[in-house]
Design a binder for this molecule. Sequence first.
Ligand code: FES
Length: 139
Amino acid sequence: MLVFACKWCGFIAADGAGRKRIPLTPHFRLIPVECAASVEPDVIIRALADGIDGIAILGCHLGGCRYNQANHMAVKRNELLQDLFDIIGVDRRRLMVSWGTAHEPFQFERDIHRFQQILEKLPPMDHLLKPPKFQTNRL
Ligand code: FES
């Protein structure tokens, strides 16, 4: 899974989880971003199309964003994206959004753990992306 973490909260919480030696799954890559709202939908769609099983976006609590409540916009945008997932047959749980602070390393661990449990119940994305097998009618 890919984890886009706002550098003001989620990324620091991830660092805190590491410093506290909280056990974490090795099945994620952490990508620091300036703000949760800076994760554009096309990045998420491209990641899924490349076979990434799930995308997590970790941002500051609503009301705590450094960029004029930009994360409120991110909430609406990600809900629309999940609606699009429903239309195209991608499970909406493949996108997880969570809000926290830099001082919540245990929340970071809990979010990642829960997200991994959800993803483990879904078929791998690369399985969904395989082209359908066409049967030829042989006489
Ligand atoms: Fe953290 Fe916007 S600055 S979500």
